[in-house]
Design a protein around this ligand. Structure first.
Ligand code: I6G
Length: 670
């Protein structure tokens, strides 16, 4: 078939539109057209290319699906070496870095740095010639990397063609390819469902995806990029600063970190590190530190390099979230709902900023899947406040004669039979609240911060009270006397008095907190809130049937059944009566006014609030009928931006969402 100019023009137009919509969807997260329109244009281009194969160039957006599998990757020598960064781990080392910079520049002026997160991914160099992506190479040894061009073309956040009129003849854009946490979780769920081995962490998953010989597989993996620098550049002067360079490459359609910021001196760097460190867990991707660069290009050139690292840049590393240690033993613990959980007792190891000596092994299936045994060396992961877990056994270090772990047939605490409900993976003690372990956990939960918040009643004290047979259930707490408490080991008269007072104070609670405190299976804070909002009083909830319950937000058939069962059990009814008789009370709930400005509105809190704590603000917003979400999306109605709000604020602005300050929040809730 002969191709006429019209067809070529249509193909060019389709390239342009698809690239534009891709950019809006993947890079700036503000799609302009519905998915169906995008799909229609994409199919039209595929059809044209099928009819006119000469249109199918490597920069066509249809090529993002991957191509024929390779036997191996060829090697590429980088036009300019891909350097590495020196690391610092504390303030002193950072100060020494700035001192070295000032000494070399022969100045005492405060330096301006460009700071951004150091992503835990893989470095890549992407070469564009006349704006067209022609080559992509891994870092390799810094001089020679692997040609992963076809794979890189499948990554939607990487432009196949640069946009704008200010494009140099040749430019190498450098950056970090990574897998966001959500994509990693989804990939691992799919791996497990397909009986395939899950990936250890997002970095390994990203590396595996990028180094696939079959680019069609890469195309299915959720990879993304943030660009952080320019390598070779021809036909254009280097921008005057790192910040300028970043904004320039962003104007070409490349994705740069929304966290990039100019800071002044070590003080500015430390503040940036602190703030990002606090947000580390809530970022949608894993980072292992902060990179700081002297911003001014002329100064960078004066500073130069030492061996393979620039003197003008430094990486401040956060505490590692993974470490290797040895499993000294495996024991089981009995939880609040009787769940029997295997726990690895570890040789203490410093990971994620704390010393860890226990890690959950979750359940029997998990322990089988990972085949963790006493004596094994294991990789431990502790991210943020998440419970440490065993990621993987290092099989090459397994000693001889290790034994597979076998779950017990009876509860190790009360001796009742351990059983598994049909279709469940969790083994449970059948002793119910006659089991001392379950009693203790139920009481700890009842007294915990988000429940009745009993000041001064810690886990150890609850254990002691149950062991000494002073209490059996949550209601018994309110019968405790100062003398009884003071008779316990290491409890003085004053602490005993304080605890009795705290228990009196805790009696006045809120309905949702009370429901949460009861410890009904699967009823977390949000469900307790929905139940309180719907039923308004305990009497109505106690007699509710499963059909009614499943109508409520957050309540599915399983939770509904747990709620019904809870209120049917004699023991629970007795404890409820005892609690009410002891004087546990809450203000009568009222239906939330539907004309409240915030009723059913989704609000996101970001940045530091000066006058309220996050949890206070959240509680008050919920009381007004608002939903409080953790991330900004098109569904968000308001973003409350406190001091130093970062990427959520930027995203809200780009989506045109109403942003208010703390003062407005206070007017809403007061
Ligand atoms: O490995 C790196 C991660 C992030 C970098 C880097 C970076 O900037 C945000 N920048 C340079 C200059 C180098 N490696 C060599």
């Amino acid at each position: 078939m002969i191709m006429n100019t019209e067809i070529k023009q249509r193909a060019d137009k389709l390239h342009h539109l698809i690239n534009k919509y891709n950019y809006q969807y993947y890079v700036v997260d503000t799609p302009e057209v519905p998915d169906v329109e995008y799909d229609r244009l994409f199919r039209e281009l595929q059809q044209l290319e099928a009819e006119h194969p000469e249109l199918q160039t490597s920069s066509s957006p249809t090529q993002r699906v991957g191509g024929a599998a390779l036997d191996k990757f060829s090697q590429i020598t980088h036009a300019l070496p891909m350097l590495s960064l020196d690391n610092v781990f504390d303030t002193e080392e950072l100060q020494a870095f700035e001192q070295r910079v000032c000494d070399r520049l022969n100045t005492t002026d405060t330096q301006t740095f460009a700071a951004e997160p150091k992503l835990d991914g893989l470095a890549i160099s992407i070469r564009y010639e006349n704006g067209i992506l022609v080559q992509a190479a891994t870092r390799g040894d810094g001089t020679v990397g692997e040609d992963v061009t076809v794979n890189v073309r499948t990554i939607q956040t990487i432009p196949l063609t640069l946009t704008g009129d200010n494009i140099p003849e040749v430019v190498e854009v450098r950056g970090e390819i990574f897998m966001p946490k959500a994509g990693f979780d989804a990939l691992n769920q799919a791996q497990t469902a397909a009986d395939k081995k899950p990936f250890v962490n997002p970095r390994n998953a990203a590396a595996g995806a990028l180094r696939q010989l079959d680019s069609k597989i890469t195309a299915t993996r959720p990879l993304e990029i943030y660009c952080y620098g320019i390598g070779e550049i021809q036909g254009m002067d280097k921008p005057a600063s790192h910040s300028d360079a970043m904004h320039l490459i962003a104007s070409w359609g490349c994705r740069i970190s929304p966290e990039l910021k100019q800071v002044k001196g070590v003080a500015g760097c430390l503040e940036y590190i602190k703030q990002l460190g606090e947000r580390r867990e809530s970022l949608p991707y894993e980072i292992d530190g902060v990179v700081m660069k002297v911003d001014d290009t002329v100064l960078q050139e004066r500073l130069g390099f030492v061996s393979r690292a620039p003197r003008w840049a430094i990486a401040h590393k956060f505490p590692a979230q993974e470490e290797i240690t040895v499993v000294e033993d495996i024991e089981v613990q009995v939880g609040r709902t009787g769940a029997i959980t295997p726990v690895a007792r570890l040789k203490p190891v410093f990971v994620g900023g704390v010393t860890v000596s226990n890690a959950t092994l979750h359940n029997e299936d998990e322990i089988r899947r990972k085949d963790v045994r006493a004596g094994d060396s294991v990789i431990i992961r502790r991210a943020g406040d998440v419970i440490p877990e065993v990621v993987q056994v290092v099989l090459s270090k397994r000693p001889e004669n290790t034994q597979e772990f076998v779950m017990p047939t009876h509860c190790p605490v009360c001796g009742s039979v351990a059983e598994k409900e049909e279709g469940e993976v969790v083994l449970r003690c059948s002793g119910g609240l006659y089991c001392a372990a379950q009693q203790k956990e139920a009481i700890k939960h009842f007294a915990s911060r988000k429940a009745l918040d009993v000041d001064g009643l810690g886990d150890k004290l609850v254990e002691l009270l149950v062991d000494e047979a002073l209490i059996n259930d949550t209601a018994d707490l309110f019968t405790l006397t100062v003398d009884q408490i003071a008779s316990l080991e290491r409890m003085g008269e004053k602490s005993a008095e304080n605890l009795v007072t705290a228990l009196q104070i805790a009696k006045e609670t809120r309905f949702n907190r009370f429901l949460y405190a009861l410890g009904i299976r699967e009823v977390g804070e949000a469900t307790a809130r929905s139940l309180a909002k719907h039923f308004l009083n305990l009497e109505a909830l106690e007699v509710a049937e499963a059909q009614t319950l499943i109508e409520i937000e957050d309540v599915g058939p399983i939770v509904a059944q747990h709620i019904v069962t809870f209120f049917q059990q004699d023991h629970n009814r007795e404890v409820l009566t005892k609690l009410l008789d002891a004087g546990v009370t809450w203000p009568i709930e009222e239906k939330i006014e539907s004309d409240s400005e915030l009723n059913n509105k989704t609000v996101v809190l970001t940045g530091t609030l000066e006058q309220l704590s996050r949890s206070e603000a959240k509680e008050k917003l919920l009381a007004l009928g608002a939903k409080v979400a953790g991330s900004v999306s098109k569904k968000t109605d308001y973003v409350v931006a406190g001091r130093d709000a970062g990427s959520k604020l930027t995203k809200a602005e780009s989506l045109g969402i109403t942003v208010v300050d703390e003062a407005t929040l206070i007017t809403w809730i007061s």
